[in-house]
Structures are given as C-alpha cells and as structure tokens.
Design a protein around this ligand. Structure first.
Ligand SMILES: Cc1cc2nc3c(=O)[nH]c(=O)nc-3n(C[C@H](O)[C@H](O)[C@H](O)COP(=O)(O)O)c2cc1C
Length: 202
C-alpha cells in the first residue's frame, strides 16, 4: 500500500483556500490509483519551530540516537512516505511560517538525511515531492526570481534525497478583473496530469 503524505499548509481552511483546491485535484487521481492519503493539517497542528526552549532536548535525543522518540513522529512519517505533497498559499514570496516550522520538525539528521565524507545524503523514501500553491500576484517568467517557496522546497529535496520536485501554481488570482476560474482550472489540470504521470511511472 503506497502512501502520499499531504502536508496541508492551507491555513485559511479547506472551505476557502484555493491552494487546497489544487491539492485536491492532485490527490484525486492518486487515490484512484490506490494511494492512501495521510494528511498533516498544519493549521490545526501548529508544529513548533525550534527555539531556545526546545532545541537542546532535541539535540540530546539525536546525539543519543533515540530517533524512535515521539518527538520525531512527524519526521518518521515524512521519511517513510512514497510521495509527498505540500500545499500552501504564496505568502511573503514563499509560504506561511508554519510550513517552515514543519520542515524544521522533519529535517532530523539520522532520519531525513545524514552526513557522509562526500557531503549530505538524503534518507527519504519518496522519489517525488509536489508543491501546489496559488498566488495573488505573479512570480514566474521575468518575475521568477521572486519565488522563494518552490525554490526552497527544491533545495530541501536535495537534502532529503528526493529526485523529483514539481511545482504547480495558479497565479495572478488577486489582480482586479483576473480570470480566476480559468487560471484555477488550468492549474488543476496540471495538478491532475502531474499525479497521473507519477502513478504511471510507479
Ligand atoms: C498574509 C498574506 C501574504 C501574502 N503574500 C503574497 C505575496 O507575497 N505575493 C503574492 O503574489 N500574493 C500574496 N498573497 C496573496 C495570496 O498568495 C493569494 O491570495 C493566494 O491565492 C491565497 O491562497 P489560499 O486561497 O490557498 O489561501 C498573500 C496573502 C496573504 C493573506
């Protein structure tokens, strides 16, 4: 039974979030193909970012090799997924801070990656990570360098050992008079195709 881990950073909620709609367009074909969806709802969970009060305890557990501790539940779940989907709105040119807090929680040395004499080596099972996002303005084409969310996740894939990273984005949605529905439908079709291609290629 293959598992797709849905990291839901759509913190405005499923009733209104357009990024959540894109995520659902991706997940439907995955479920049809027999994938089981496991959702991590970051809005509800509010994972802790690392700070002075929790960092030392975590480092001690890692140094002692106690990686089966409950503190690393999220990390073990992340590491063992077959496909990973992040969905989040484009905020401040990247994504909401809660997504970064989650990334801190799962990026555990010895679980998600480790260091070898040659450098960092990823330990994640997933071969593909997909990022579904929607933007009020534009951050592609000549504005592509403004985009820091997908670019950051792609860099993290290097650390995790995940070979394939695909970003699906609908943008220009908050521009007055924008053809929002058309742009969303196009992005949803892209999300579906991305899922189908992943299912075809195993
Ligand atoms: C706090 C906040 C920050 C935002 N920052 C940006 C931004 O930097 N660039 C942009 O194009 N749109 C920005 N937007 C607009 C959202 O990206 C856009 O409305 C998006 O479709 C919301 O996705 P959602 O419906 O999944 O929540 C921001 C919106 C909010 C509420």
């Amino acid at each position: 039974m293959k598992r797709v881990l849905f990291v839901n950073g759509c913190i405005r909620g499923k009733a209104v979030s357009r990024s959540y709609q894109l995520a659902q367009a991706f997940l439907a074909p995955m479920e049809e193909a027999g994938f089981v969806v496991e959702e991590v709802d970051l809005g509800a969970m509010c994972p802790q970012y690392l700070h002075y009060g929790n960092f030392a305890a975590r480092e001690e557990k890692i140094a002692a090799g106690q990686l089966d501790d409950a503190m690393f539940d999220l990390a073990r779940q992340f590491v063992s997924a077959d496909v990973i989907l992040f969905a989040a709105p484009f905020w401040e040119y990247s994504f909401p801070a809660v997504v970064k807090a989650y990334i801190e929680q799962v990026s555990v040395c010895g679980l998600a990656f480790h260091y070898t004499p040659q450098g960092v080596e990823g330990l994640c099972r997933a071969k593909a990570l997909v990022f579904c996002t929607t933007r009020g303005g534009f951050a592609s084409g000549q504005d592509a360098e403004l985009e820091q969310g997908g670019r950051y996740l792609k860099a993290m894939c290097h650390m995790y050992g995940i070979d394939q990273m695909t970003m699906v984005a609908a943008e220009g949605l908050d521009i007055e008079g924008a053809p929002v529905e058309t742009r969303m439908e196009k992005a949803k079709a892209e999300a579906k195709e991305t899922a189908k291609a992943l299912c075809r290629n195993g």
